[in-house]
Design a protein around this ligand. Structure first.
Ligand SMILES: Cc1cc2nc3c(=O)[nH]c(=O)nc-3n(C[C@H](O)[C@H](O)[C@H](O)COP(=O)(O)O)c2cc1C
Length: 427
């Protein structure tokens, strides 16, 4: 019995003892002949702008590069919004809430991104929004932006507060689809003159921006003491040490001025409050409708009744927009307003939307929810700041490839087939 017990114990301890692991992978010394083909050093990119841009894989990457390349006041002027910046944050969050509803087993080898805008073809459901003071972001300014729009076959809107004249922009890109954005001055004669110049220079459409009765409170600009042209203060001089090329470019190219104003020295808010007319009413829209024979777009619509009103008064298109959050804080979120406006006026006018568009997938979502196209502002301005014309091109390329990939993954081969069923807005 004892022996048996001992024997049993020995047998069980033999069973519990871990067996030496049998190697599953046989190892050997690497052979030089096999290492060679693996060595594929990336070509050295000597051009720093090209290097910076090719590393940027998203608009957010371009934003990071833009921040490094420009003085703080310039970056903040572009990046910032009004007061608590809630309008802008919500606009971007609305796009984050998009949940796509993909369909499978569809042939998406070829994707047709083309559409029509104001009855004419556009390569993408995208337009480059009017942005004031563009040559402050990069000395190539509006010329760079309109050239990229020309190459990409999408419209570009020049702002009344542009830093390159109506005629110079037209000359820089003769075949581009150019829209002129108008703010109505207190001096109506001056506004009328701009409209006539735009018509003479071959601009296709007029955008009337209606969400700026007074300047929004852009606190970053106030804190940074931003003036136009930039003033030389102790802070800006110190900044010059960290962004020398921006300053060299500013001081060695044509003076930075508002091209449609004789001269201005002060802040943007002061300019808006002194020059813009806060007494604008529907009568002014009727006046403009009579003076401009081409397509008329009203930008800054945030309520469905206003959309109806301006379409009744002859607008061919509306842009649902809160000015990228730069005017009224806690304004309606454009993507959320979109379906109601499309229902109300979509059969009589084109409905465009902007605010917070940061990717091609955002554009797909907006078009699925009924927008004819999106306008983008900051997305291309980040590119401009990061690398001039090539940076704007990079921004448009990023948006385009994201748009195509999203459509393929959604199982849709044409912009014209995007529909509300493709998108759900998560609560
Ligand atoms: C720096 C900057 C300047 C702008 N200037 C103008 C302008 O002069 N006229 C105008 O109608 N909208 C202007 N906007 C608003 C844009 O046209 C557009 O509505 C907005 O940028 C869309 O939001 P996003 O920047 O998130 O794309 C400006 C926007 C930015 C960022």
């Amino acid at each position: 019995m004892r022996r048996t017990a001992v024997d049993d114990g020995a047998a069980s301890s033999r069973r519990d003892k871990p067996k030496p692991a049998r190697p599953t992978t046989a190892r050997r010394w690497p052979r030089w002949s096999e290492l060679g083909p693996l060595l594929r050093p990336r070509p050295v990119q000597l051009d720093p702008t090209q290097r910076r841009l090719s590393r940027a894989l998203s608009i957010a990457d371009l934003r990071t590069a833009a921040k490094q390349r420009t003085p703080r006041a310039v970056f903040d002027y572009t990046d910032g919004a009004a007061e608590t910046e809630t309008s802008l944050r919500r606009a971007r969050e609305a796009f984050q809430r998009v949940e796509f509803q993909p369909r499978v087993l569809r042939d998406v080898t070829v994707v047709d991104t083309t559409t029509t805008l104001l009855g004419r073809p556009a390569a993408l459901p995208l337009a480059l929004a009017p942005t004031g003071f563009t040559r402050m972001m990069h000395h190539q300014g509006e010329r760079a932006v309109v050239r990229v729009a020309e190459g990409a076959s999408i419209p570009y809107a020049l702002s009344t507060l542009g830093t390159t004249s109506i005629e110079e922009v037209a000359a820089a890109a003769p075949t581009a689809r150019k829209w002129f954005q108008l703010y109505v001055w207190r001096d109506r004669g001056a506004g009328k003159e701009l409209v006539e110049r735009a018509q003479a220079a071959g601009y296709e459409a007029l955008i009337l921006t209606v969400d700026v009765p007074v300047a929004g409170a852009r606190l970053r600009d106030v804190r940074n003491g931003l003036t136009i042209p930039p003033s030389l203060t102790l802070r800006t001089v110190l900044d010059a040490a960290t962004h020398p090329w921006w300053w060299v470019n500013l001081l060695t190219t044509e003076p930075l001025v508002f091209a449609s104003l004789t001269s201005w020295e002060g802040t943007v808010a002061e300019l808006i409050d002194q020059m813009f007319d806060p007494s604008l009413t529907p009568r002014d829209l009727s006046w403009l409708r009579e003076s401009w024979s081409g397509p008329l777009i009203v930008k800054g619509i945030q309520h469905v009744d206003d959309a109806r009103m301006v379409v009744d008064l002859g607008a061919d298109a509306v842009v649902i927009s809160n000015h990228g959050g730069r005017q009224l804080d806690r304004a309606p979120t454009p993507l959320e307003v979109l379906p109601t406006v499309v229902d109300a006026v979509g059969d009589r006018a084109e409905v465009l939307v902007d605010g917070g568009v940061q990717s091609g997938a955002d554009v797909v979502a907006a078009v699925a929810l009924g927008a004819k196209a999106c306008l983008v502002g900051r997305a291309y301005l980040y590119g401009l700041m990061a690398g001039g014309e090539r940076g704007v091109q990079r921004a448009v390329d990023i948006l385009t490839s994201e748009l195509i990939r999203t459509m393929q993954l959604l199982g849709t081969d044409s912009v014209s087939r995007l529909e509300p069923a493709h998108v759900r807005l998560r609560p």
